[in-house]
Design a protein around this ligand. Structure first.
Ligand SMILES: [Zn+2]
Length: 503
């Protein structure tokens, strides 16, 4: 885990490339300048170009900034991540293919099609999924509970009328006070043809989102059969929801269902369109979308994305700091709107001939979301990335709360936090990063306490966070430190009393 983090930082701090660029620029400038103007003018010309590069924000060496802290940072010994990681070979690509083929064989899974049992319509899709979850439960000791949630929703894409809908939810209960915290993996089992209001046209939905349903099912099998001694700490939920194409209706209902049942969401992984990877060089990295907070600041979803990348490595996951693709949405959004950490996995590039298209051939081009356009090796990698992230997060202690930063106008930054007593917690990792850096780095590790002083580190040049680490090595999500301002909240920034605030 820590290895991936440090490998990324090493790449970020790679100054050999700027140096090589300078040699490339400098040599010809000197050569041409010497011929036209003589050596002194050539050196002046190079200096002008150099200062322009600095002004326009080209990379500068950290050595040019004062060292913080002046004596060098601590070198804590970090716990290794939990053992028993799910290996790529644990995933069964044949099962993934069988799941997708079975769903495609239902002809259409439009939420407007028939919910009756049978071999065509969304009811067919539901029955295939329920049968598979129940088989997984039977083969893993029966702890996985399979529920079908029936509800109604009204939206523009239900024609303004209440539409009966169903979600399939398989629950693997946690084992301690964290039982009410849930980590969720979800795909949507409804599909759509070109006309989203047409319940009859063919809508195979192999990739969108048979692939995501296959991820949810295979994660259930892997995690139910890889349970640590005593079980996972948090509860795991494997979901297949409907109504996505009619307006995220199943996912919105799932948020209500979780609230009504007293759950808090520790993290939600939405897998939607995760089965194709057609570009040369496949399999590539899967994209992971996360919404930032106000004005692009950190958010719970961003922390979940960072945690998943750190668990799975940046060689497997490509972070995209956006809520979703342009003009598109997905089932993670009702969760992040509720303030819960939620992210979306999607394949590296999309081929729009095979999304939201009724199958047909036009001008020699095959349209339609068919299994032949999928890459099951890539999909297997996505399953592994989801399953290992869920495994480690469900083994972790709760994240620290009320994390605050103080120390303005002093030489030291101080973070404060609160955390409930937890005998299975080894301590806290104190995190920092440059304000322009995408990822956290571990600054120090402490076993106890609720405050940490960064001696000789300005509050202003870095962001800070704290996360909890279990005795098993599993890390909670990071909780960023919010500024603890000395200025009373009632004072309006526009008209501060003189001398009442720090500049
Ligand atoms: Zn979708």
């Amino acid at each position: 885990m820590a290895g991936g983090l440090f490998a990324d930082r090493k790449r970020l701090w790679d100054f050999t490339r700027p140096a090589a660029a300078w040699i490339r620029i400098g040599r010809p400038v000197i050569k041409v300048g010497k011929r036209l103007l003589g050596l002194p003018m050539a050196v002046i010309l190079l200096a002008i170009i150099w200062s322009a590069r600095v002004i326009t924000g080209s990379p500068r060496a950290a050595a040019q900034d004062p060292q913080e802290p002046p004596v060098g940072k601590p070198s804590p010994r970090l716990l290794p991540p939990p053992d028993g990681a799910i290996a790529p070979g644990d995933v069964d690509p044949k099962t993934l293919t069988a799941v997708v083929d079975e769903l495609v064989a239902c002809g259409t899974r439009s939420s407007l099609s028939s919910w009756q049992a049978g071999d065509r319509g969304i009811g067919c899709g539901r029955d295939r999924i329920v049968a598979r979850f129940e088989q997984i439960s039977r083969s893993t000791g029966g702890r996985l509970k399979v529920n079908v949630e029936r509800f109604q929703a009204t939206a523009e894409r239900t024609g303004g009328r209440p539409l009966p809908l169903e979600n399939v939810v398989a629950i693997l209960p946690g084992s301690d006070p964290l039982v009410e915290t849930v980590f969720i993996v979800s795909g949507h089992f409804d599909s759509r043809p070109s006309d989203v209001m047409d319940p009859a046209a063919g809508a195979p939905g192999a990739d969108d989102d048979g692939s995501g349903v296959a991820v949810s099912l295979e994660c259930a099998r892997l995690l139910a059969s890889h349970q640590p001694a005593g079980g996972y700490r948090a509860t795991l939920i494997f979901a297949a929801v409907s109504g996505e194409e009619q307006g995220l209706l199943g996912s919105t209902h799932l948020v209500d269902y979780l609230r009504q049942n007293g759950y808090a969401v520790g993290g939600m992984l939405d897998d939607d369109i995760v089965g194709a990877d057609f570009a040369p060089g496949a399999p590539h990295r899967v994209r992971l979308f996360s919404a930032g907070g106000a004005e692009g600041a950190d958010s719970p979803s961003r922390e979940l994305a960072r945690a998943v990348e750190e668990i799975d490595s940046s060689a497997a996951v490509r972070l995209i700091f956006r809520e979703d693709r342009l003009g598109r949405g997905g089932d993670h959004i009702p969760f992040s709107d509720a303030g819960w950490p939620a992210v979306r996995f999607t394949e590296p590039l999309e081929d729009y001939h095979h999304e939201h298209q009724t199958p047909r051939v036009e001008n020699g081009v095959q349209y339609g979301d068919l299994p032949q356009f999928m890459n099951f090796q890539f999909l297997s990698n996505v399953v592994r990335d989801n399953a290992e992230a869920l495994r480690e997060l469900a083994m972790a202690p709760a994240p620290p709360v009320e994390v605050a930063l103080s120390g303005a106008v002093t030489p030291d930054a101080t973070v404060h936090w609160n955390a409930a007593p937890d005998p299975a917690r080894a301590g806290f990792e104190i995190l920092w990063r440059d304000t322009t850096a995408p990822r956290w780095s571990v600054y120090d590790f402490v076993t106890t306490g609720s405050e940490y002083v960064f001696q000789g580190v300005s509050t202003d040049n870095h962001f800070f966070a704290v996360r909890a680490v279990g005795t098993n090595g599993a890390r909670s999500l990071a909780t960023p430190a919010a500024p603890r301002l000395r200025r009373p909240a009632s004072v309006q920034p526009a008209a501060p009393p003189s001398g009442a605030h720090q500049q």
